[in-house]
Unconditional design. Structure first.
Length: 139
């Protein structure tokens, strides 16, 4: 069995964003040479997410609105976490809802997706460098 590991780095200039990282993940798969196996992709920061869904701008706007309704950024005093001097209590909750990682089957050298599926990096407290781990195992 082969194993491959790579970190993808992101520095999002805004507080929140959804970035389609499928091309970078596909490049990792190509580099790995693995044809059959599993791919794990996870955010390595507690205020960011990796998830699978459709690459449709209306859906992403719906996510933004829905997440802000669930865990509004302001007032920052509503979060006990922010008593530490930070202002990202909402980002931790948004990450919890959107998830930490995805696991994708690899079949015949390709990500074994359903229709319209893509991998996204969700940033909920940007403006600094963060990373995503891609780990692939198989043959």
């Amino acid at each position: 069995m082969k194993s491959y590991r790579k970190e993808l780095w992101f520095n999002i200039s805004s507080r929140r964003a959804f970035i389609n990282i499928t091309p970078q993940v596909n490049e990792c798969l190509r580099e790995s040479g693995i044809k059959e196996g599993m791919l794990l992709c996870n955010a390595m920061h507690i205020t960011a997410s990796v998830f699978i869904n459709d690459d449709e701008s209306g859906l992403h706007q719906d996510y933004e609105r829905w997440l802000e309704e669930l865990a509004p950024h302001e007032p920052i005093s509503q979060y006990l976490h922010n008593r530490t001097g930070e202002d990202n209590g909402d980002a931790h909750l948004k990450r919890q809802v959107m998830g930490r990682e995805v696991l994708v089957a690899i079949t015949e050298g390709r990500l074994d997706f359903g229709p319209w599926e893509q991998i996204f990096y969700g940033e909920f407290d940007g403006r600094r460098k963060k990373r995503v781990l891609v780990k692939i195992i198989g043959e």
